[in-house]
Design a protein around this ligand. Structure first.
Ligand code: SF4
Length: 365
């Protein structure tokens, strides 16, 4: 009998996070509409004004389980926070500061663009106790950035990350998958450069043709540029997550948050939208790991067991990973069976297993 841990350096992929309470400011402060963007679809139609922030936080706290003992963060998401008028920024930040003083939140984060974080910005955010800044970097390929009307280059994005980090902020980086003009090499090169910057975490979003975006107008006329197919987006993301895991950089999210806007068929004209996109990526990664084990190690081991009956491979995994291991409608199990008909795959869920990892053992029988 052989026992071997697989991927012992493969820490939990989607980390347990604090309770993050979002306040949406769709496209507020944005200097222009980026080629792929329509936040009225991906976030919400209306902007939450500063005077509702306290109510949103209380409501989230009331309806969330296990708030006690958990870090609670207020997040201003959706636009270019630091490019809004200073008085508007202050109104939101003051509301957050009060909630922190009252003990209802522990930290604040916000999203902005790399070209909107000059030195004065850092001082303002620091004064109000913002902990984390999420930068919508999207790509570190100048050509891709230009094609998507981002208005800054890779060097500026890298400088922004370094500046915020040096000022003591944790920095999250948001990257897009399958932007117009981006191929797999460009995307993975961006991920490699991103993890080298040691951000606090990464979000990966597939690029979609959204109604109301500049992309939609072009796409309706020409059918181009084409977004990724779902399978391709999943495999690109899986490769990106592998890079992040190896570098020890947490992936906070893979895929867009499912919203009513995204669920409405007329809003997503084309592209790899799936309400459980992150689960598809996770499931794909498990399948690849299992195939790797069955293909390399087990077959060698199996040869040693020849004559003693069919081999059984028993996997150990965290209970939260069983559905990813099995796959949607047991597709992964079917795949293992097809690829390795002489091997019976079994599994045991065990809370002592580290999420995202597999152990396995080979037994005759
Ligand atoms: S992608 Fe970001 S910066 Fe561009 S329009 Fe949308 S919210 Fe604004």
């Amino acid at each position: 009998m052989v026992t071997k841990p697989s991927g012992s350096d493969d820490k939990e992929v989607i980390c347990r996070r604090p309770l993050v309470i979002p306040v949406f400011l769709p496209q507020r402060g944005c200097p222009r509409q980026c080629f792929y963007c329509n936040q009225r679809v991906t976030a919400q139609d209306t902007c939450d004004p500063p005077d509702v922030v306290a109510g949103i936080v209380r409501c989230w706290r009331d309806r969330s389980l296990n708030v006690a003992g958990r870090r609670v963060e207020l997040a201003f998401f959706g636009g270019t926070f630091t490019a809004m008028p200073a008085a508007v920024q202050d109104a939101y930040l003051v509301a957050g500061e009060r909630l922190r003083r009252d003990g209802l939140i522990h930290g604040m984060r916000l999203s902005t663009r790399p070209d909107a974080v000059g030195d004065a910005v850092g001082r303002r955010l620091g004064r109000f106790g913002v902990d984390l800044v999420e930068l919508g970097v999207q790509s570190l390929d100048d050509r891709v950035l230009a094609l998507n009307h981002r208005g800054y280059g890779a060097a500026e994005a890298v400088t922004a990350v370094r500046r915020l980090t040096a000022s003591g902020f944790a920095v999250g980086m948001q990257l897009m998958v399958g932007m117009p003009g981006q191929d797999r090499g460009s995307f993975l090169a961006t991920v490699e450069r991103t993890v080298a910057l040691r951000p606090a975490g990464i979000r990966l979003y597939p690029a979609l043709v959204l109604a109301g975006s500049p992309w939609a107008a072009v796409w309706r006329r020409h059918g181009e540029p084409r977004p990724l197919e779902l399978d391709a987006a999943v495999t690109w993301c899986a490769a990106a997550v592998d890079l992040c895991v190896r570098a020890g950089v947490p992936v906070w999210r893979c895929g867009l948050q499912a919203t009513d806007g995204l669920a409405a068929a007329e809003n997503v004209l084309a592209g790899p939208y799936h309400p459980a996109f992150g689960d598809l990526v996770k499931s794909f990664r498990f399948r690849e790991k299992v195939i790797d084990i069955l293909g390399k190690d087990v077959l060698q081991g199996f040869a040693r067991f020849a004559g003693e009956g069919p081999a059984t491979v028993e996997f150990g995994l965290h209970p939260g990973d069983v559905s990813a291991f099995v796959g949607h409608r047991r597709a992964n199990l079917d795949c293992y069976r097809r690829r390795f008909p002489a091997v019976a795959v079994r599994w045991t869920a065990d809370v002592r297993c580290c999420p995202g990892t597999l152990t396995w053992r080979l037994a005759a029988g």
